[in-house]
Design a protein around this ligand. Sequence first.
Ligand code: G3P
Ligand code: MG
Length: 250
Amino acid sequence: MSPRIVAHRGGSAIAPENTMAAFRKAIELDADGIELDVHLTADARLVVIHDDSLDRVANSPIRIGRSGVDELREFDVGSWFTSPDGADFSGERIPTLEEVLELAADAGLWVNVELKAGSRLYPGIERETVKQIDRFGLSEKVVVSSFDHYSLREVKRENPAVAVGVLHTSSLIDAHEYASIVGADALHPHAMVVDQGYVSGARGLGMAINVWTVNDAASAKMLAAAGVDSIITDDPALIRTALAAGGAHD
Ligand code: G3P
Ligand code: MG
């Protein structure tokens, strides 16, 4: 089966990352899923943004965890982006997780929610995330991933039906064994650390493999042939063409 094609941050080559415009564009381009990054605001709302400040996307030093959602949503997070086709994305606001999950539920999208930090930095982030996933009936269509693996355990405690994935960049020995200790359902490796042995190990434990961030045709084909479950990419159209319309995941 051809891997699921997942738009990284909504497809950050085609639209400003982690905006509603990007997620809508991913749907238009027929991506099977989206990946997005989540932080918790000072008033305990989940917002979709990669960095912990507005520096890069709105030229402001304001910190996400120290600000309220209304204050954060006053900033334009679309104008900084230079579109390859000259499209204007000015006026985009930081989405809440609720907004994106609603869109995903309507469109039948698979969603990778990445928690940028767990409860040690953002107390209660796992509970609030699972609450929103359940609210939109998405527990079967979501994987929650994080580089904070304690956070993944917390997600599992909140709702064991929500899949969790161990994010890692290092070339881990027996990554599948480690992920099993965490209680994970999936591995989310950087593309550089995946080879056939990695895939076989994960398969042996029934663990899914969702690889990031793959932006070239040759790597996509190699990973598809190795049997990974998802390819997370900034450019879903490029990867779709490279894989030439194999069958997609649910
Ligand atoms: O979830 C895969 C990937 O998004 C992890 O890295 O920094 O792009 O969030 P980053
Ligand atoms: Mg991410």
